[in-house]
Design a protein around this ligand. Sequence first.
Ligand code: COI
Length: 347
Amino acid sequence: MAVPAPRKDINWSQLGLGFNLTVNGHIEVRHHQSTNQWTAPTLIANPNISISGLSPALNYGQQCYEGLKALRSPNNTISVFRPDFHWSRLCRSAEALCLPPPPKDLFLECIRRAVAANAEFVPPADSDAYLYIRPVLFGASARLALAPPEEVILAVYVQPARPYHGSEAVDGLVLEDFDRAAPRGMGGYKVGGNYAPVWRHAAKAKEMGYGITLHLDSATRTLVEEFSTSGFLGHKTVDGKDVLVVPKAHGAIASTTSDSMVRLAEREGWVVESAKVPFASLGGLDEVVAVGTAAAAVPIQRGKSADTEGWCWEVTGFVQPPPALGSLSMLGSLAHMVFGRGMKVSA
Ligand code: COI
C-alpha cells in the first residue's frame, strides 16, 4: 500500500512545541504478572487511559518513557530513527523500576503500528519537523504495597513536532541550586521523575533569557553532565584536528542523537574524546551543542553559572566558516540523514 502523503491542512513550519495535536490514535499493550504474558498491540483512538488511582505509576513514580523520531524521505518512505537503541534504553529503565521489559519484537511492532496508523502526520521530507514517538511504560493496576502490580501498560503515542528549542543558537544557564542526579541514583535513566523537578528552574532561567539549562555532577559540582532536555557535545580543534568532546557522566541519560554523532564523527576522521569534562574547561571549546531526539542539535552560544559573573563559555564556531566536515550542528543533521534510514514503516 502506498505511504500516505503528509496532511495538507497542517502548517508544518508553524507546529507548536506543545505536543497536543489530535492524531489517529495510539497503540497499547498490557503485561500481566500472573501469566507473564503481553497482550497483542491494539490501536486506540481515545488518548485517555483508564488506570487505578492506586497504581504504582501514580503513587510511586513507577514509570519510564522513550522519545523516538520518524522521518519521511524525499521518495516518500518513512523510517524510524534507531528504534533498537531506544528499546535497549527502555529495557534498562524498566529494569531499574521493576517493570517488565517488553520483548524487542513487540516493542518494534508497537512503534511500527503507531507510525503506520499516523503516517499522514509524518511531516514532509523538506521540513525540519518530524513525527515524535512517545512510548510510555508504567504500573497501572492497584497496588499500594511497595511491589510491582499485576498489570503494566506500554502505550505508544505520536505527535508531529519541530525541534524543541527551535533552530537558533541559545544561551545556557548552569543550575547551581538544584542537583538532578545523585552519584549512584536514577539520573541516568529515562524516567519521568528526572524531568518535572527541573521545570521551575528552567522557567526561571527562561525569564532571565536563557534558552536551556545545564546540570553539573552533584558530588563535586565541577563536571559537565547534561542539559535538562538533551545531551552535551563539545567541539574543539587540536593540532588542526577536529575533536568531539563527549562527557562521561553517570547522571547523563544515554542519547541516540549523541551516539549517532559520535559514530559519524569517527567515520569522518574526528577524534572522539570521551572523558570527564571539567566545567572549567568549557572556555576552550569552539562549539557546544545540545543533542537529543526532541532537541535535534541546538548550538549553545554562551553559558553562564547563576553564581558567577560573566560567561563561562562563549563560542563562535558555528557562525564561522565550517571546519572539516562542517559545524557540530551540521553533523547533527547529517547523523539523522545517515542513521534515519533505520526501520522502514509502510502504511
Ligand atoms: C526527548 O528528546 O525525547 C525527550 O524526552 C526530551 C523532552 C524535552 C521532550
